[in-house]
Design a binder for this molecule. Structure first.
Ligand SMILES: [Fe+2]
Length: 265
């Protein structure tokens, strides 16, 4: 690898696959919309170094949904890492999503960057929380890995996203999480899912990035639940060895008539 060339990461999130491939989430057949995102990733395949799947990969937590996911993702032949969201079943994921190009490892290196993936889920809850063990592991992993630029990913946003209804189900103990990051200035980026929309904020030296879902989109800056008509998407990140990063969100041309009136939204 060229010492000054960046690694290209694709963040794909909130896929919400179901056991039945025609199952819909709020009117969107999630397998169909994910397949359109997959088509775009196939076009970019030779440039992408790795895929990060940041939770709510399943909508029903079934083993079949993860079987469906792994057989689709493995077609890309891109090294893939993942973490759990509130709709996921961590036990089934650990068993199934560790095959072919998909790894369940939660700490790894690529192109001078370190990557640490955290489980912020709480069984039976929509909001997130990082357990003491997880925070301790993060702190010791950051100390052990040293000064290389570092990207951390988790499902729940650790900062406010300016939507009261989403902020009420974000990371409950973000203060403790941010306190760990403040001790390790090599952390450059925090990636999350859960909010089904594009979001970017800088806090100190760290960029906080939220990313559209591959299915339904939520309206930004809305105090209450609100669907956005934007199309599904994903995020690309260029990570340079120096710690500099660039990012963009891509949307795919997938349109499906939402039956919102019938659902009362
Ligand atoms: Fe979520």
């Amino acid at each position: 690898m060229n010492p000054i060339s960046p690694v290209l990461i694709a963040q794909v999130t909130d896929i919400h696959l179901f056991a039945a491939e025609n199952h819909q989430l709020l009117g969107i057949p999630t397998t169909e919309s994910f397949k359109v995102v997959m088509e775009r990733l196939k076009e970019l395949k030779s440039e992408i170094d790795l895929l990060l799947l940041t939770g709510d990969l399943s909508g029903d937590g079934t083993s079949q949904s993860y079987d469906n996911l792994q057989s689709l993702v493995n077609q890309l032949q891109i090294p893939t890492y993942w973490l759990a969201g509130n709709h996921d079943c961590a036990i089934a994921m650990n068993e199934i999503l560790n095959i072919g190009m998909i790894s369940r490892r939660k700490s790894f290196q690529r192109g001078n960057w370190n990557f640490i993936l955290l489980n912020s889920t709480v069984t039976g809850c929509v909001h997130g929380h990082l357990a003491p063990n997880t925070l301790n592991w993060l702190d010791s992993e950051l100390a052990k890995l040293g000064n290389n630029p570092t990207l951390i990913a988790l499902h729940h946003p650790p900062v406010s996203v300016n939507s009261a209804w989403l902020d009420s189900s974000s990371l409950e103990n973000s203060k403790e999480f941010l306190a760990v990051l403040d001790r390790h200035p090599q952390v450059k980026l925090v990636l999350f899912g859960h909010i089904h929309q594009q979001f970017q904020r800088q806090r100190g030296n760290v960029g906080y990035l939220g990313t559209p879902s591959t299915c339904i989109q939520f309206r930004s800056n809305s105090p209450t639940f609100s669907i956005d008509q934007k199309t599904p998407g994903f995020r690309l990140l260029k990570l340079y060895p120096s710690g500099i990063w660039e990012t963009s969100v891509e949307r795919v041309p997938y349109f499906h008539p939402l039956e919102l009136a019938a659902m009362g939204y």
